[in-house]
Design a protein around this ligand. Structure first.
Ligand code: IPD
Ligand code: CA
Ligand code: CA
Length: 271
């Protein structure tokens, strides 16, 4: 894919993210309608729906042929599945519903299955992360880079816990405890795209999580890789974006975090 074309896609994604971001900002702490989608605690609000419809409108206007996978609408858009946009109109809905200001719009584009364009916008921090393959990564138009932390014992990490955490022993609780013990700390922001961009700009050194969907991570993957980071499966094999699992770091701690995740003693907390 030539860089001029990627730049056009990046600008379209930016337009959509800024439009959706202003909806999220406008409705923040003013919600009228909060519902559970299926699992307890898996929320959806009128802000998720309105932000998604704005993103879809922009993408369909500019790129009617492209296929879109959007969290609240499923597969929509055109027939050309060489291009697949993965949209999370509000990543961090639980935070948003509680008035906690950590959330983002996440808009990623896979071309032939490979994440190549990503925009993550947090309208409260007013932070706009953008990247496209080969074009570098920026935050508010300034270049960003991952941290230089070399040792797990000196690192600060972030993770998350999927909505099925009460239903499975594979709920990430053991890994969270073990890594809390081995590092300078493990944070839990409640927004996967914010986690990936916080690693991309060097605020955090690494991120892992299970139970994710492509719309949570496609954009953040591009931003992190373009900022010099590494993204794989837990065992360092190539990432399968549909597996739900991701290991994303500054590169330097990748091997040790991978090994630790694979060797975590199981505590079966709450089972
Ligand atoms: C969630 C967030 C959270 C992660 C969950 C996701 P949502 O997305 O990214 O950090 O732990 O697994 O589902 O529901 O707020 O869009
Ligand atoms: Ca999400
Ligand atoms: Ca969402």
């Amino acid at each position: 894919m030539n860089q001029q074309q990627l730049q056009i896609f990046l600008d379209i994604a930016t337009e959509a993210a800024l439009d959706a971001g202003s909806i999220l900002k406008g409705k923040f702490r003013k919600l009228k309608n909060i519902q559970e989608k299926g699992r307890p605690g898996d929320l959806v609000t009128e802000a998720d729906k309105q932000a998604e419809s704005v993103v879809l409108k922009v993408l369909k206007r500019h790129l009617p042929e492209h296929q879109i996978l959007a969290e609240e609408s499923g597969v929509v858009g055109g027939k050309n599945d060489q291009y697949l946009w993965a949209i999370d109109p509000l990543d961090g809905t639980t935070n948003y519903a509680h008035g906690y200001p950590i959330f983002a719009v996440s808009i990623g584009l896979m071309i032939e299955g490979i994440p190549q364009v990503g925009v993550v916008y947090n309208p409260i921090r007013d932070e706009l992360f953008r990247a496209a393959k080969g074009l570098g990564a920026t935050c508010n138009r300034l270049p960003i880079q991952v941290s230089q932390t070399q040792k797990l014992s000196q690192s600060i990490l972030v993770t998350g816990f999927a909505y099925d955490r009460q239903e499975t022993k594979d709920n990430n609780y053991s890994e969270f405890c073990y890594l809390t013990h081995l590092t300078q700390g493990v944070r839990r922001s409640g927004s996967a795209s914010v986690d990936l961009t916080d690693v991309a700009c060097g605020r955090l050194d690494g991120y892992w999580e299970r139970g994710l969907s492509p719309w949570d991570i496609t954009a953040g993957i591009v931003i992190l890789e373009e900022a010099g980071g590494v993204v794989t499966a837990y065992d360092r094999s190539p990432l399968d974006i549909n597996s739900g699992r991701i290991l994303a770091t500054n590169g330097q701690i990748h091997q040790s975090l991978s090994q630790t995740l694979q060797n975590t003693p199981s505590k079966e907390i709450f089972f």
